[in-house]
Design a protein around this ligand. Sequence first.
Ligand SMILES: [Zn+2]
Length: 239
Amino acid sequence: MFLKRVKARNYEERAKGKLPYIILLHYTGMETMEEAKERLSEPENEVSAHYLIDEDGTVYDLVPEDKRAWHAGVSYWKRESDINSVSIGIEIVNPGHEFGYCAFPEEQIYAVKCLCQEIQSRHDIKYVLGHSDVAPERKVDPGELMDWQYLTYEGVGVLPDLIPEDYEKARELARNDFEAKKMFDAFGYNPMAAHIDVVTAFQRHYYPQVFLKGEEGKSGEACEETMARLVALVRQSKK
Ligand SMILES: [Zn+2]
């Protein structure tokens, strides 16, 4: 992994007693890498991230891991709303949905994997999430093209490992909005966020086929397949 250090000054101390247990993935959503680097390291911009990963896999080290960078904004995961204090933020260069969302190059995703593995060796990381998971009403990054499957295979993050019982449970949940919502809340999503946005964010991460092929299910709809994946994840998290 090729690491370059760029001194950013837009960060502060983490809230007292808080340590990073989330790795939060983003895309830059800007037209060029230079633009993104400038935005993330200039002190007058109130945004930053610990790392920035270029399309060729170069990793820019912007903010020390023990500091609080400003990448999550108003967000929430599992009863915690100061996500910046409990996470390490990685910005991945990609134009994003606004400027021509495209697949993440192999070199880049390999660098994401290596960096996450290193972070996991240094900290007790419990969740590897997308920005959209912690801010489902505002954000869609890193989006449905993120290769979570490869990352999970390499020990970074968790994806559903489905068994037949999950589908049995999912059949009931797909007909019961109230119980379905409770399960999304229990998994970690913000209970105050609109249900349709939570379901969509969940699908972007755990059921991206909804966006990639279209015909398999509908985005924002807590269908049987969507619920089965959630049931599996909740079951796996209890192990
Ligand atoms: Zn983001």
